[in-house]
Design a protein around this ligand. Structure first.
Ligand code: C5P
Length: 225
């Protein structure tokens, strides 16, 4: 008899749609691990910036990835991102890292390494995984797939609120433009672009609370289970 398939729930979507918050809560409700694939792209970008690696040089990025370990630790109330054992959970969220991650994300051979790391985690345990290509490329066989979207204005409002709550001085128009530019880059790159998987359930969170999105996902998962 075939071994039962590990439960894998994928959530793709643009920045600010609420993927992280929702994914953590769905993971907790189903006793699954939470996997933030964006954190991996961000962590490698941070290392490249620190080591002054040319972000346009794919060969150099591949070498760097080969010398890097990224671990994502799930704790009861937080998730720790470890870059070569250093806790970089906060350091990967700066505006500089956010705006430079596309260099790492657009490099096909770097993506191949990231996908391998992500699959290795998903093979070991059930996960709720969020990103841009997790339902299309990383886990096409996932048990449940979601595409979480929201209007640009609402996503931008959420990001501004989040950054201001952390004490950042935010230029709202600039942030909205950066968010839109990031979406465009994510949607148009040649490998692993942001795209809805054919079999994904689409949820528009523009007018929904976090809890409403979580409940909708849990309902869809239960219905399929
Ligand atoms: O999800 P987050 O906003 O932290 O992701 C940061 C960036 O990492 C995205 O804008 C995207 O360029 C890249 N990314 C990706 N593929 C993923 C997850 C993130 O290319 N699966």
């Amino acid at each position: 008899m075939a071994a039962p398939q590990t439960q894998i729930v994928t959530i793709d979507g643009p920045a600010g749609a609420g993927k992280s918050t929702v994914a953590k809560q769905v993971a907790a409700a189903l006793s699954l691990a939470y996997l933030d694939t964006g954190a991996m792209y961000r962590a490698l970008t941070l290392k490249a910036i620190r080591q002054d690696v040319n972000l346009e040089d794919e060969d150099a990025l591949v070498v760097l990835a080969g010398q890097t370990t990224i671990d994502l630790e799930n704790h009861a109330s937080s998730v720790k991102v470890l870059l070569d054992e250093e806790d970089v959970s906060e350091a990967i969220r700066t505006i500089e890292v956010t705006n430079k991650t596309f260099y790492v994300a657009r490099a096909p051979r770097v993506r191949a390494i990231m996908v391998e790391w992500q699959r290795a985690i998903g093979e070991k345990k059930g996960v709720v995984v969020e990103g841009r290509d997790v339902g299309t490329v990383v886990f096409p066989q996932a048990t449940n797939k979601f595409y979480l979207d929201a209007d640009l204005t609402e996503r931008s409002r959420r990001r501004i609120e989040e950054l201001r709550a952390k004490g950042n001085d935010v230029d709202a128009d600039k942030l909205t433009a950066e968010l839109e530019e990031r979406d465009n880059k994510d949607k148009t790159r040649s490998v692993g672009p942001l795209k809805k998987a054919d079999d994904a359930v689409v949820i528009d969170s523009t007018h929904l609370s976090i809890d409403e999105v979580v409940q909708e996902m849990l309902k869809a998962i239960k219905k399929d289970g």
